[in-house]
Design a protein. Structure first.
Length: 303
């Protein structure tokens, strides 16, 4: 039974031709789903499809960039045509930021491409898939993000794109809950072509030297587990086992699965509005005290 959690379901996996996307596509197929494997490299896409078919699964290729709105629509239509419905959408397509880039020097064209692939690409596929899921009264969207959204891993466009994906997922989950369509984020940690090699290792070491990564994060980044470990979490989020799970951000890294706590806020300062606006020095003292900072720092800085 555990091998057929997704029997009879149709799935689209963007970025499914390599690395984590490939591991997810193969895991969904092993669980019984028919999978449209998307990627820009036709040879890599065909390799994954062939492996799934030879293993007794169901799969079809969908070659092209998910940044193309029309291509995204064709993937969803293809899934419905081949497998009868689109029950699962996994957005895993991604590209790396140019090595060493930052807000100090990132080219606007590179920024646009990063946002187009990560954020706009996710919108494109969701925009086509969601109406069909709403019509059938069920569906699971898994948007693959990254701990890079915290800003601790450097870069600009990649971090912004992943942060946007998280917020888009929150919006989808809230809007689609009444239609029994769920949306979750998966932040995987795994060995891929983007997380190996001399340039990647140099990047991690530099972040550690700058104090952006602590020792534990540095070591974890330099020794990622194999991508197949992400598969079970993808199957869980795709299946009816998670029918009441939506609007969450999960981590899957090797044998570790984690939950990112909901974004919230806490009271820092409160003033009776009838007494007028906050005096800036009083506001500064309140905020700095709650943040555990030196209250007098701002005063000295103004002196």
């Amino acid at each position: 039974m555990s091998d057929s959690w997704l029997a009879g379901k149709g799935a689209v996996v963007t970025g499914g031709s390599r690395g984590i996307g490939r591991a997810i596509a193969e895991a969904l197929a092993r669980a019984g789903a028919g999978v449209i494997v998307n990627g820009r490299d036709e040879g890599c896409v065909d390799e994954v499809v062939t492996k799934i078919l030879e293993s007794g699964g169901r799969s079809q290729p969908g070659v092209g960039s998910i940044a193309d709105f029309d291509l995204a629509g064709r993937l969803i239509t293809q899934c419905v045509s081949e497998f009868g419905s689109v029950d699962v959408l996994v957005n895993c397509a991604g590209i790396a930021e140019p090595p060493g880039s930052s807000i100090l020097d990132l080219d606007p064209e590179d920024w646009r491409e990063l946002i187009d692939v990560h954020l706009t690409g996710t919108f494109n596929s969701c925009r086509h898939a969601v109406p069909r899921m709403v019509e059938q009264g069920a569906g699971s969207i898994i948007n693959v993000s990254s701990h890079a959204y915290t800003g601790r891993y450097g870069g600009t466009g990649y971090a912004a794109g992943k942060g946007g994906v998280n917020s888009l997922t929150f919006a989808l989950a809230a809007e689609l809950r009444e239609h029994s369509v769920r949306a979750n984020v998966l932040c995987p940690g795994a060995r891929t072509r983007l997380s190996t090699g001399a340039d990647y290792e140099e990047h991690i070491e530099l972040l550690h030297q700058r104090g952006l990564l602590d020792d534990v994060s540095r070591q974890a980044s330099l020794a990622p587990p194999e991508a197949y470990h992400v598969g079970p979490m993808a199957v869980f989020l795709s299946s009816d086992l998670s029918a009441d799970v939506t609007g969450r951000i999960f981590t899957a890294r090797g044998g570790y699965v984690g939950l990112h706590r909901d974004v919230g806020e806490e009271l820092l300062a409160l003033r009776d509005e009838s007494t007028g606006a906050w005096p800036v020095d009083e506001l500064s003292a309140q905020i700095r005290e709650k943040l555990g900072l030196d209250i007098d720092q701002g005063v000295r800085g103004d002196a």
